[in-house]
Design a binder for this molecule. Structure first.
Ligand code: MRU
Length: 335
């Protein structure tokens, strides 16, 4: 499978993670440009705050945990260009610029809040590294807790990309699939295309196929029919922000899938690290929803477009939330 995150020290020593994806090189954030997958595997090396903010905005790096890791490592990369005396007066401003890139994934703010109050470069690097390391551990634990849900011969459905490209390691929703696959179980994953930016068909199908998991791409509007045909036994999706009551924001279209799942009696699970839980929000309608550019939708000229990037699935439609701490069942009370 695609390995995604690597920390490289100034001396070139690899401290964590792997061969490809979000990496910190001295003074540079190195990422795969996910907008160009699966046609091309292109890396970007970003050494300034405007470039990193723009990369997050246009989804060159995306997925809630990966955004958090990229922000922390990106802040460290930018700070490496500051002199010792300029560090404290500037670090907060740089963090504010990164925080303004996207509004929904709470991992971004969670990671920046951990980094912005550091006293010096060394502390900042250690914190960014800790965020990355924790994300790797969280992905692996989510995989272990979620894998028992996946039985031999099952059909699974997922939406958007909550895999290796979206996190520091194996992913969230896809991590149980990788663990079950490693254990030798055979199953099929239906990957929603995920309009308008096709993270499912471009990224999820690509990464699962590379790892040898049987994957089938479907257009979003086929999900109901595929469920009715009895092809889906289990749904697992990721999340960008989970409120204290378990309401979960994820890529637009997720809520509709949960409603369909209820109708067809299919268990619907959310997998996310605790860094995605925003216990300060009592319920999901308080989660800020990003509205993206009309051009992404591809409407006829002059026609108005509404393009919310996320929706919120109410807790009562969620059979369980898989975090690194285990499988949580309703009633959810994160705090
Ligand atoms: O707009 P994106 O591509 O960043 O949206 C990503 C998602 O909605 C993912 O499902 C979510 O971040 C979970 S990632 C492990």
């Amino acid at each position: 499978m695609l390995e995604t995150v690597r920390w490289i020290t100034a001396e070139g020593k690899v401290l964590a993670g792997c061969e490809e994806g979000v990496q910190l090189h001295p003074g540079k954030l190195r990422i795969i440009d996910q907008t160009r997958l699966p046609q091309e595997l292109v890396y970007l090396e970003l050494d300034d705050i405007d470039g990193i903010v723009a990369a997050i905005k246009r989804l060159s790096v995306r997925g809630a945990p990966a955004i958090g890791c990229a922000a922390a490592l990106g802040l460290a990369a930018c700070a490496q260009h500051l002199s010792e005396k300029d560090f404290l007066p500037n670090i907060g401003k740089l963090a504010d610029q990164l925080a303004a890139s996207r509004p929904t994934a709470v991992n971004l703010f969670w990671a920046l809040d951990r980094c912005r109050n550091k006293e010096n470069m060394e502390e900042l690097i250690q914190e960014a590294l800790a965020i990355l390391e924790e994300d790797i551990q969280m992905c692996q634990a989510i995989g272990r807790h979620g894998a028992p849900l996946i039985e031999e011969g099952m059909g699974l459905l997922t939406h958007c990309n909550a895999g290796a490209l979206a996190t520091g390691d194996f992913g969230t929703a896809l991590s149980p699939m990788y663990v079950a696959h490693e254990a030798g179980r055979k199953f099929t994953v239906y990957s929603d295309e995920t309009r308008p930016l096709n993270q499912g068909s471009r990224l999820t199908a690509w990464e699962l196929h590379q790892s040898g998991i049987d994957v089938v791409t479907i257009c979003d509007n086929m999900a109901a029919q595929v469920m009715k045909e009895g092809k889906i036994d289990l749904i697992i999706v990721g999340s960008d922000r989970i409120a204290a009551n378990g309401d979960a924001a994820n890529k637009i279209g997720t809520y509709g899938l949960a409603v369909l799942a209820k109708h067809h009696g299919i268990p619907f699970y959310v997998a996310a690290p605790t860094s995605t839980i925003d216990a300060s929000l009592e319920q999901g309608d308080l989660i800020p929803i990003e509205i993206r550019d009309a051009a992404e939708v591809g409407a006829a000229e002059g026609v108005r477009v509404y393009n919310p990037a996320f929706d919120v699935t109410p807790n009562e439609l969620i059979a369980g939330i898989i975090t690194e701490n285990g499988l949580h069942r309703s009633p959810y009370a994160f705090g």
